[in-house]
Design a protein around this ligand. Structure first.
Ligand SMILES: Cc1cc2nc3c(=O)[nH]c(=O)nc-3n(C[C@H](O)[C@H](O)[C@H](O)COP(=O)(O)OP(=O)(O)OC[C@H]3O[C@@H](n4cnc5c(N)ncnc54)[C@H](O)[C@@H]3O)c2cc1C
Length: 351
């Protein structure tokens, strides 16, 4: 376990933005994570649990409290009939986890390749992409419950998974220690449910494709959108999608359709609950924030490859990034009457 006082947080985030933390604890053993959190809570200090920093917007003023950085590693497989239960420690890098299980011939997370961050964070916002999300395969997780002061096991039903949301997001109650996924032993993927991916694979939507091909095709599609971390690609200095796709009722959709008339076909995806998911990226571009649109000063900008990602071009501040995000949110609201919400977690800052 390493403890650093007055630690800069910007290098620990994919946006490379944010001030310092009063204290940074890097913990490689579960016991150290739990003991540190217990002590922090006993002292009544603010706590920030840090994974890969890929979904965080940290204020320029930093974090006046202790950051516990998850560094616990390890993974076990247990056979359960046709399925394999794969349990991974919170500090395992997610993309390497996906690559490893695909290599082992286990299906269920192949469409989630190329997403940065650590395993312990994936339940937080029910990480998803290309027609898959982790709620489909997570069966349980172990967590330190800060209210009870003990380690608990939570089954999927207790996690309240929804689109980019869960029982954990915004609550700060559980420190996730280990996540268990039920994966299918299979040489082919789960049915492909994303039109763009099906096209790239040359298969019909709803059918399966070779597991390794799905993983590599997803990574390739993501790379073209600047959605795979790459130090040589400034478009990847981001927190991924900055806004969630708005979900609207049938009535709201009808009024939105009236407002977007003449703008070309609007991508709309029906939700299981009868509502509709609208593409935030499409609305952002139609509101005038085209790819490459820069904020005041030019150090933060809409990605040149993906209208939904805000990027830091270097030398900027969180204040500048948030100002650009507000400009986009307000512009979309004025034009279409839809209020966009941030996907990344804000620490000490507000949209
Ligand atoms: C280029 C890029 C592409 C992306 N693409 C996608 C995508 O396709 N789909 C998607 O869903 N997301 C995407 N993201 C967002 C992000 O990668 C995911 O949300 C990821 O799961 C965050 O993991 P992390 O370890 O970096 O979490 P962090 O950013 O470190 O933390 C995020 C939040 O989770 C909390 N947290 C982290 N670990 C734990 C833990 N063990 N216990 C309790 N709380 C914890 C933190 O306190 C914080 O509130 C992308 C990000 C980038 C930069």
């Amino acid at each position: 376990m390493r403890v650093v006082d007055n630690a800069p947080l910007a290098p620990l985030t994919t946006l490379r933005l944010g001030g310092r933390a009063t204290r940074l604890v890097s913990a490689e053993r579960e016991r150290d994570v739990v003991d540190s959190v217990r002590e922090i809570d006993a002292r009544g200090e603010p706590l920030l649990v840090l994974g890969g920093g890929s979904n965080l917007v940290v204020a320029d003023a930093g974090f006046d409290g202790t950051v516990v950085r998850m560094g616990t590693r390890g993974r076990t497989n247990a056979t359960d009939g046709d399925r394999v239960l794969v349990s991974a420690q919170a500090g395992e890098p997610w993309d390497a986890f996906v690559a490893a299980v695909v290599e082992e011939g286990l299906a269920g997370v192949e469409c989630l390749a190329g997403i940065p961050g650590l395993v312990g964070a994936v339940p937080m916002q029910n990480v998803g992409a290309y027609g898959q999300d982790v709620s489909e395969t997570i069966v349980s997780l172990r967590a330190y419950d800060r209210h009870l002061g003990e380690i608990v096991e939570l089954r999927r039903e207790a996690c309240a998974f929804a689109y980019r949301s869960s029982a954990f997001r915004g609550k700060d109650r559980h420190v996730i220690l280990e996540v268990t996924f039920a994966l299918e032993r299979s040489a082919v993927s789960r049915p492909i449910r994303y039109a763009e991916l099906a096209r790239a694979l040359g298969v019909v939507e709803g059918t399966r494709a070779p597991l390794a091909a799905v993983r590599s095709t997803v990574v390739e599609l993501r790379r073209k959108k600047g959605m795979v971390l790459d130090p040589s690609d400034p478009d990847t200095t981001s927190a991924g999608s900055f806004f969630t796709n708005p979900i609207v009722s049938a009535a709201e959709l009808a009024s939105l359709r009236a407002r977007v008339e003449g703008e070309g076909p609007m991508p709309v995806f029906p939700e299981p609950d009868g509502r509709f998911k609208v593409s935030a990226g499409w609305l952002i571009e139609r509101a005038g924030f085209v790819k490459g649109f820069a904020g005041a000063g030019g150090r933060v900008a809409v990605s040149s490859k993906h209208a939904l990602a805000l990027t830091h071009r270097g030398g900027g501040t969180t204040g500048e990034l948030v100002a650009l995000a507000r400009q986009i949110r307000d512009g979309v609201e004025a034009r279409f009457g839809v209020t966009l919400e941030n996907e990344p977690v804000f620490v000490g800052a507000r949209l």
